[in-house]
Every structure is written in structure tokens, then in C-alpha cells.
Design a protein around this ligand. Structure first.
Ligand SMILES: *[C@@H]1O[C@H](CO)[C@@H](O)[C@H](O)[C@H]1NC(C)=O
Ligand SMILES: *[C@@H]1O[C@H](CO)[C@@H](O)[C@H](O)[C@H]1NC(C)=O
Ligand SMILES: *[C@@H]1O[C@H](CO)[C@@H](O)[C@H](O)[C@H]1NC(C)=O
Ligand SMILES: *[C@@H]1O[C@H](CO)[C@@H](O)[C@H](O)[C@H]1NC(C)=O
Ligand SMILES: *[C@@H]1O[C@H](CO)[C@@H](O)[C@H](O)[C@H]1NC(C)=O
Length: 752
């Protein structure tokens, strides 16, 4: 039962933060050690030379003067000197990284950084958060399915296959409800943390689903950690909210004014659902771990009555509930039962005169193997129940006789939630992040699919509108950006972390967590080649521009190079790049297909001559003018400006230059996607920033003709497709040329 995961989000995230901090510390120590070792080696090599030189100087009896002595210090340096500046240092974690300035940039100091003329517009959202959220799928009269993933609420027209997005949340959406008017929507989000780890304030947004206009923002400063459940009242416009604090505060708000009406601690146990009584807005029901509570609100005060289990075994979890036609509450529980609750008159005889009415179980109906995850009341009193383990959907008559049942395919997981389309057709949200559409007679097909665990691998096809993703769920999926659909998905034994399409476009290679990598045929999905390099995870796969080499970057600090023949079907080991003192993080091929630029976990930038036998080029200065077929290295002269000041080196997970070489998209560790101008060689360069992901963004990639950008939010299991808009005139070389000819010195650009 995945309930437990949802119970301890904070503990887990705290431990994650601590683990990350330790990881960072280890990386830093490793890099310091490598640095020290390098210095010792250098020292060892230089010592004999120095001794020799000292001896020679003594013999000559005068200090040696270099032939090209530097001019005596003069401040400030003249413009001419600045024009001849050859390198610039950037600092990551206090470590200087020298960047050599390409010779086509004559006046680095005068370069002016501006945000690019292009912008991004959210175009499509892939995925649905069914894994660990409940009651989060609705069907609107507009013909749209309403659900969420990451920070975005999606309105997906199930016939037209179009999407609209409510995009105003600042962190992950956790719960959702629709007003009885079928227009207003309330969605609640988690608190999240800002860039410096400070907690932000969770809130609920009330918005209009026809116009997407925010009507009210409720509870800023009132909720702790996040918002777990929300419900609208039927008659009067109240909103009931349960937050994620230890006490699970239950509060009732006036939707129109945005003011709090009443508040009470509900329970220290997990709470899963809340609803108003449909015919009495002073009545609220909540359920969760081993409880169902019946609340009455009167004069701003709550009174609570516990549902009494009596002779029935108390289930571990009360997962969900609905109201029957007669106003009774029906609960679904972890024992697989539907319990019918009824109000019993006060037992004055045994309990005395002051005794009050009680809520007791009137009937127990066996429904599912494992949990009843969801209940859905249809018109006319019919009921649907969904199994959290048996993957069954059962239709019940108003008097709880089973009428129909069906089972959803295993690969979609179990039933998370059900939404009624027209009494016949249903939408089913599943625990493996899929949404299915169908009927009892015709069965169900997926209309929304997604990954179910952290993702890192992303690659776009060289000439078609398709892309590939892979992640910790061991799935490799091929998607179509035009159809907005999954083409296919296969399961591997190990999980994939990186991928690249062969320039020929008929195969794709995927690097796995064990050092194994495989090449898949796009049409047949068959493995056409397979190999293993080292026994650590692979972090990057990259074909040379003409497809004749494949570079495989590993966490064992090596880059393995393969000859590729038969259009990506045959691979023979050519060599190994040995020289990095930490794991390989990123690499790119030169346009001529002969050289590689690579980054590692300790912030090294190294250059390699591949055809000369994977030779490390010790003089980095000599590679300053090389042109790169792709630019994904996060450390390099051309992308220096994407880093924040004082960065710890893990703030940027990935970046990607557009094919036009006019812009660079950046995936950061704070849930954001940035768009910078390319080249971007000056610190504090301004960018356009885009929100939507609810987790560290692990990868970004432009489609083959730069019409779209894809971004992936590791743990939020969400893929966002952004449309690139604007731009048009000029190319990067023109921009650089015009910057070079600018004679006025530029002020420090302000970050946008
Ligand atoms: C769906 O398609 C129909 C027919 O083309 C159109 O009239 C309607 O406006 C569309 N609705 C949405 C929400 O896109
Ligand atoms: C809901 O309200 C109706 C009308 O007041 C009442 O008859 C019914 O018992 C209530 N249900 C619960 C579960 O309190
Ligand atoms: C691999 O590529 C290199 C450089 O192009 C070439 O010299 C060598 O013969 C190739 N090896 C094989 C086995 O194809
Ligand atoms: C890729 O290679 C295959 C096999 O050699 C060939 O059939 C196909 O036409 C090539 N595709 C492209 C786009 O060059
Ligand atoms: C890119 O390709 C898409 C789909 O094939 C096409 O609609 C679009 O016009 C192209 N965009 C550019 C900038 O070439």
C-alpha cells in the first residue's frame, strides 16, 4: 500500500537534503584531493627543472629575466590590454575555472548580454500524478478531463485531444476539487522551498475553469507544509481545507471573501478525504488512517463524532467515501469493504439523558481484494468502486448489488480514481500515472501516460518530431511531439540514465545504471547492439555528427569511444579517454567529429583528440576556437553566464544549445527552465525563466528544428513541451559581430 509513502514526505525530503549535502561534500573532497594530487605531480615534474634553473642562475650570478617581461603594474588596464585579454576565471565553490576566450571575441569586456528574443510557451504536459495523490481526476461539461501533475493543472479535451493549463501554482499541486456549479475549481499546493531552502507558504487557488482566471487565493500563511484535501460546499460557498501539518488542521473558508470561517485540529493521523454533506453545509466528513469523523459546524465551532466500528474490525485505512442517494455515507477501506454508515438515535436508556446520536456501521459489503481506493457515485444512485490491488472496477446498484466488473491491464497499475463521462463512458486514473478511457463493454485504452519514477535520460530525434525518455522506473519511452502521444514504451532490467539518437535516425542508444548500454531499433523496438563499459552508471551517450563514433561517458571517470558502422547497428571499441579525476557529467563532439569536450563531477573541462587515439589535449588554450556540433557541457566559455554567482556547481543539471545556435536552455536544480541567449559568456546574464516543474529539472532538449523544447522534472515524473515563439532575425555570429563592434562600454546587465 503506497499510503505510507504519502505519510512521511517531510522526513524523506529532509533526509534527501541531508544526503545531498553529504554527497556534495564528498564531491568537493574528491575534487580537492584530485587537485592536490595534480599539484604534487606537477611539483614532482617541476622540481628537477627548478633546481637546474636555480643552479644556472647562481652560475650566471644574476636573476634571469624573461624575454617578454610584463609591463610594470598600471591601473586600470588600458582598453587595448583588455582587448587582448585571453582568459577569464569563473569560480565554483571557490575553485577557479579558467575559460579561454575565443579569438573571434576581441573585446570581451564590452560584450553585452541580453535575454534572447525567443520565448517559451507551455504547449503540452505529459503525465498524470496518480502514484501518490487521490481524488484528482474530474470530467468537466466542456468535454475536458481535469487533473494535475507537477505544478500544472491540465484541462485535456478528450475528443479534440487539446490541452489547456492552469499554470499559477508555485509548487506541486496535491489536491483538486470541482464546485457543484461545474465551473469553479479549487486546487491546493505543497509549500515547497525557495532557492535557499526556506519554506514557502502553501495555498489554495480557486479559479474559473472556462476562463482560467484566478478568483481567489486562499490561506497564504495559514496552512503548514501543504494542502492535502479540499472540498466545496453545495449550497453556500464554503471551501473546506485540510493541511499537511501534524494536526491536519481542518478549516472552512468563505470562497468569495477569502476569509477563514472556522478552524479545528482534526487528528494526528493521516487524513485522505474531506467532503461537505451535499444537503447540509454545516456537516463535514473526513476519513483517513483508521478513522471516519462526522463534523458539525455551528457558530464557528466544530463538534466531532467518530464513526463507531462496534463489532466490525477497524480497517487500517479508510481510503475514500461518497454520499448515497439517501444521504448516508459509504466508505471504502483497506480491507476491501464498502461500509454503509447510518445515524442512530441517541441511546438514552443505557447512556443517560444527555446522550447524543451516533454514527454506526449499518452494513458491510465485500468489494475488492486489497483496498477500495475510490468510490464514485453516478446519477440514479449507481456506484462505482475501484480496487487498489485487484485493479478491478465494479459497478453497484443503489442497493449495493454488483452489476458489472472489469479489470484494467496490469501495466497501468491499480485504480486510483474514477470520473464519470456520460454514465456509460468512464475515465480511470491509475497508480502508474496513466489515465484510461472506456466502458465496461469495450474495455479501456490509455489517453494519458507517463513515467512513474525519477527520469534523467532525454533525447530528441535528428529529423522527426519524436523524443525518447528513460528513468528509474526502467522504462524507455518514445513520444511524438505533434500527436502528443506515447508511441511505445519498453521495460528494461536496469534503469536508463541517458540516451542519444544516431544521426541516421533509425536507432537510439540508451545508457543504463550498470554500465550496460543498448541500441534500439526505433521501428521494431529490438535491441540491435549491446555492450558494457565498467560497472558504474553511464551519464552520457553521444554520437559524433557524422555518426561514425559513439562516446559513452561513465561514472567510472572514463569516456569510452566506439567506431559505429552500418548506420548505427555495429559497434567496435576504438579507445578510452583516461584523464578525468571524477565522473563524466557532460560531453560534446566538435563539428569536425575529431575532438571531444567533456565536463566532470569535480568541474573539470577537458579536451580530447579522439582520432589521434583519445589523447588528452593538455593545452586547453589551443581548443578555444573549436566549434562544437552540440553544446550540452554546463562548463565552458560559451555558457559561463548561465551560472549564478556563488554557485555550488550542482545548481545546473543540464543545458542544451538550440540548433540555430542562438539560444541555450538550462535545466536548474530549483524547478526552473531558463532560456538564455547563445553564446552566453558573461556572468549574471539575463534569461527568461519558466515554472511548471515540481522537482529539480534533470534535462532539456530542443526538437530537430528548434520548434519546441522538452524539459523533464526528475521526481515530478512530468515532461513539459514548450513551444519556442518569437525570435527570427539574425544569427549568433551576427550578434557577436555587432557586439564586438560596439564601442561604448556596457553597464552591468540587470537580470530579468
Ligand atoms: C472541440 O472541437 C469542436 C469541433 O471541432 C469545437 O467546436 C470545440 O470548440 C472544441 N473544443 C475545445 C475545448 O477545444
Ligand atoms: C446530511 O444531511 C442530511 C440533511 O440534513 C441528513 O439527513 C443526513 O443525515 C446528513 N448525513 C450525514 C452523514 O450526516
Ligand atoms: C575506427 O575509426 C578510426 C578513425 O576513423 C579508423 O582509423 C579505424 O580504422 C576504425 N576502426 C574500425 C575497427 O573500424
Ligand atoms: C539509416 O540507415 C538505414 C540502414 O542502413 C537506411 O535504410 C536508412 O535509409 C537510413 N536513414 C537515413 C535517414 O539516412
Ligand atoms: C518544425 O517542424 C514542425 C513540424 O514538422 C513544423 O510545423 C514547423 O513549421 C517547423 N518549424 C520550423 C521553425 O522550421
Amino acid at each position: 500500500d503506497d499510503v505510507h509513502i504519502a505519510d512521511f514526505p517531510d522526513r524523506a525530503s529532509m533526509m534527501e537534503v541531508r544526503l545531498q549535502a553529504q554527497d556534495d561534500e564528498i564531491t568537493l573532497l574528491k575534487s580537492s584531493l584530485a587537485d592536490a594530487l595534480r599539484r604534487i605531480r606537477l611539483h614532482d615534474q617541476l622540481l628537477p627543472l627548478l633546481k637546474q634553473q636555480t643552479r644556472k642562475m647562481k652560475e650566471e650570478g644574476k636573476p634571469r629575466t624573461p624575454t617578454s617581461a610584463p609591463a610594470p603594474a598600471r591601473c586600470p588596464p588600458s582598453r587595448k590590454e583588455r582587448r587582448n585579454q585571453q582568459s577569464i576565471k569563473m569560480f565554483i565553490r571557490g575553485r577557479p575555472i579558467t575559460m579561454y576566450i575565443p579569438s573571434n571575441i576581441q573585446n570581451y569586456e564590452d560584450l553585452k548580454m541580453e535575454p534572447p528574443p525567443e520565448r517559451l510557451e507551455l504547449d503540452w504536459v505529459y503525465g498524470y500524478r496518480g502514484r501518490d495523490c487521490r481524488a484528482n481526476l474530474y470530467f468537466l461539461p466542456t468535454g475536458e478531463a481535469l487533473f494535475f501533475i507537477a505544478c500544472v493543472v491540465v484541462l485535456y479535451h478528450i475528443n479534440n485531444r487539446t490541452q489547456r493549463h492552469y499554470h499559477k501554482h508555485t509548487d506541486c499541486v496535491r489536491c483538486l476539487t470541482v464546485h457543484p456549479d461545474k465551473v469553479r475549481v479549487a486546487s491546493g499546493q505543497t509549500a515547497g522551498v525557495d532557492k535557499d531552502g526556506k519554506p514557502l507558504q502553501p495555498c489554495v487557488h480557486i479559479w474559473d475553469s472556462t476562463t482560467l482566471v484566478t478568483l481567489q487565493q486562499i490561506g497564504l500563511g495559514s496552512f503548514q507544509r501543504g494542502v492535502g484535501s479540499v472540498a466545496f460546499s453545495f449550497a453556500v460557498t464554503f471551501l473546506c481545507v485540510i493541511d499537511d501539518s501534524n494536526e491536519h488542521m481542518l478549516s472552512v473558508w468563505d470562497c468569495n471573501k477569502g476569509t477563514k470561517h472556522a478552524e479545528v485540529k482534526s487528528t494526528n493521523e493521516a487524513v485522505f478525504a474531506v467532503e461537505f454533506n451535499s444537503s447540509d453545509s454545516t456537516n463535514i466528513i473526513t476519513c483517513g488512517k483508521s478513522h471516519v469523523y462526522f463534523w458539525t459546524l455551528s457558530a464557528g465551532q466544530f463538534t466531532k463524532k467518530q464513526g463507531i466500528f462496534g463489532k466490525y474490525k477497524k480497517p487500517k485505512f479508510m481510503q475514500c467515501f461518497v454520499f448515497s442517494l439517501t444521504g448516508d455515507v459509504l466508505t471504502g477501506d483497506s480491507e476491501g469493504n464498502i461500509l454503509t454508515w447510518g445515524k442512530s438515535a441517541a441511546d438514552v436508556k443505557t447512556l443517560g439523558k444527555g446522550a447524543k446520536e451516533t454514527f454506526q456501521i449499518m452494513r458491510q459489503t465485500r468489494a475488492h481484494e486489497g483496498s477500495v481506493f475510490t468510490l464514485c457515485a453516478l446519477q440514479g444512485g449507481t456506484l462505482l468502486s475501484g480496487g487498489g490491488k485487484d485493479r478491478k472496477i465494479i459497478r453497484w446498484s443503489a442497493d449495493l448489488a454488483p452489476e458489472r466488473e472489469c479489470e484494467i491491464p496490469e501495466n497501468y497499475g491499480a485504480v486510483r480514481t474514477i470520473a464519470d463521462v456520460d454514465g456509460e463512458e468512464l475515465l480511470v486514473g491509475t497508480t502508474r500515472n496513466a489515465i484510461l478511457r472506456g466502458t465496461f463493454s469495450d474495455g479501456f485504452v490509455a489517453i494519458v501516460q507517463g513515467h512513474v519514477d525519477e527520469m534523467w535520460g532525454l533525447a530528441t530525434h535528428p529529423s522527426q518530431n519524436i523524443f525518447l525518455t528513460c528513468g528509474h522506473d526502467r522504462q524507455v519511452c518514445l513520444w511524438n511531439t505533434e500527436e502528443h502521444m506515447l508511441d511505445w514504451c519498453i521495460s528494461l532490467e536496469d534503469y536508463g540514465l541517458c540516451a542519444d539518437f544516431c544521426p541516421n535516425g533509425s536507432v537510439v542508444s540508451v545508457g543504463l545504471s550498470t554500465g550496460r548500454w543498448m541500441v534500439l531499433d526505433l521501428l521494431t523496438k529490438e535491441v540491435v547492439s549491446e555492450s558494457i563499459d565498467g560497472n558504474e552508471q553511464l551519464s552520457v551517450m553521444r554520437y559524433s555528427p557524422d555518426g561514425s563514433f559513439l562516446a559513452v561517458g561513465s561514472h567510472d571517470n572514463f569516456i569510452y569511444i566506439y567506431n559505429v558502422t552500418e548506420s548505427g547497428r555495429r559497434y567496435t571499441r576504438f579507445g578510452k579517454c583516461n584523464g578525468h579525476s571524477s565522473f563524466i557529467t557532460h560531453l560534446d563532439w566538435a563539428k569536425d567529429g575529431k575532438y571531444i569536450m567533456s565536463n566532470s563531477g569535480d568541474y573539470e573541462i577537458l579536451y580530447w583528440d579522439i582520432v589521434a587515439g583519445c589523447k588528452l589535449l593538455r593545452n586547453r588554450f589551443e581548443s578555444k576556437d573549436r566549434e562544437w556540433a552540440s553544446y550540452t557541457c554546463v562548463l565552458g566559455f560559451h555558457v559561463m553566464g548561465v551560472w549564478l554567482e556563488g554557485s555550488d556547481g550542482t545548481d545546473i543539471n543540464a543545458l542544451c544549445r538550440s540548433h540555430s545556435e542562438r539560444m541555450v536552455a538550462v535545466a536548474d536544480d530549483f524547478c526552473k527552465v531558463h532560456l538564455f541567449q547563445y553564446p552566453c559568456p558573461k556572468p549574471k546574464a539575463p534569461s527568461h525563466k519558466y515554472e511548471g516543474h515540481g522537482s529539480h529539472v534533470t534535462n532539456v532538449c530542443f526538437t530537430h528544428n528548434d520548434s519546441h523544447l522538452l524539459s523533464m522534472g526528475g521526481k515530478d515524473t512530468c515532461i513539459l513541451q514548450w513551444k519556442v515563439i518569437g525570435g527570427g532575425a539574425g544569427d549568433s555570429r551576427e550578434r557577436l559581430a555587432s557586439a564586438s563592434s560596439a564601442s561604448t562600454s556596457s553597464p552591468e546587465p540587470a537580470s530579468s
